[in-house]
Design a protein around this ligand. Structure first.
Ligand code: FAD
Length: 298
């Protein structure tokens, strides 16, 4: 057991770091599905621990499919690796009783930070309606937790290039404001590759009174096939020049990694120089890219 204060609030970390101008670095993991994945994540945690993240986070599977594993990994990361860990939680499909049970379990495990999300609409049920006593949007979940369990520090998700369901950037932004007004203390962004999109988004947020830290989420490219997934699923635009360059070396893993890392390092540097409060790395449970980018930044 390490001496890390696992009950520290992430909102306070951003506030304190802002005072000294220090960037906050955080890593995101997902709960592995099998033994091979578990071994991989243990190895990654071992390596990344040496890079002293301010906190790490563990995602929550669609429809609660990883409920117990998310909880177990957050605990393991705190207890065995001594890192402050935040649990993601999606409320879609959950009744109020389910939410209350999860909050109690998180609290009992010493977890005080929750990335509070709605989650994706079920692909097989476009007319989904939440249980009568459930929550539809993240702002409703956040308001409920804030009211009933004020001991938790809550983060929320944001989308510099607009959430895919939102009819317009302005509507999405107004919905984001509801989330912050309900009690989200910091926001972590969807991955993106064009920094101007982030800076423009932050400006628009500030203009409508969203004052909380807006943390860029960065995912280094590790293979060419990911690119299509980024652009279709995450709805983010990729710089044409980068796609072209990567396309030329699509089959050459080393060259692809080199170009991708150079791009990510430059992207993160620009973000931090431009005032971003830190970087949240979508690690995909791999350590190599995150370690290299961090080394270059520090
Ligand atoms: C940092 C980050 C972490 C994530 N982690 C996970 C994870 O662990 N597990 C997982 O399954 N998914 C995760 N996701 C994906 C996320 O669940 C999806 O993007 C989901 O579709 C939206 O969740 P949300 O919390 O942003 O929803 P919301 O904030 O509720 O927004 C969803 C949509 O509804 C609109 N909206 C919001 N509030 C209202 C309102 N009051 N009235 C009308 N419209 C409204 C918004 O404009 C948006 O279009 C993550 C995303 C990010 C950026």
């Amino acid at each position: 057991m390490s001496s890390t204060n696992i009950k520290r609030k992430i909102g306070d970390i951003y506030t304190e770091a802002a005072r000294t101008g220090r960037p906050v670095f955080s890593f995101e993991f997902f709960p592995p599905k099998n033994e091979k994945g578990e071994a991989q994540l243990y190895a990654t945690l071992e390596e990344l621990r040496a890079h002293h993240p301010d906190f790490v986070s563990v995602t929550y599977g669609a429809g609660g499919s990883t409920r117990d594993r998310t909880l177990e990994w957050v605990r393991a990361i705190q207890d065995r690796f001594g890192m402050l860990a935040m649990a993601h939680y999606t409320c879609i499909g959950s009744s109020r009783v389910d939410v209350e049970k999860m909050l109690s379990d998180l609290y009992s495990a010493g977890i005080r930070n929750i990335m509070s999300l709605r989650g994706d609409m079920p692909a097989d049920n476009p007319d989904y309606q939440p249980p009568a006593d459930g929550f539809f949007y993240a702002n409703e979940l956040i308001a409920f937790i804030r009211e009933t369990r004020p001991d938790f520090c809550l983060g929320g998700a944001c989308y510099p290039e607009k959430h895919q369901e939102a009819p317009s950037p302005d509507v999405d932004l107004r919905n984001l404001k509801r989330k912050v007004d309900a009690g989200a203390e910091f926001l972590v962004s969807q991955l993106f590759f064009l920094n101007e999109r982030y800076f423009d988004f932050v400006k628009r947020c500030r203009d409508i009174g969203i004052e909380v830290p807006i943390v860029p989420g960065i995912m280094p490219i590790t293979n060419f096939k990911q690119i299509e997934r980024f652009t279709t699923m995450a709805g983010c635009e990729m710089p044409g020049g980068l796609v072209k360059e990567l396309g030329k070396v699509a089959e050459d893993k080393e060259a692809l990694q080199r170009i991708s890392l150079e791009f990510s390092i430059k992207q993160c540097r620009e973000l931090l120089d431009g005032g971003a409060p830190g970087i949240h790395f979508y690690t995909l449970n791999q350590s190599y890219a995150t370690m290299h980018i961090l080394d270059a930044l520090r």
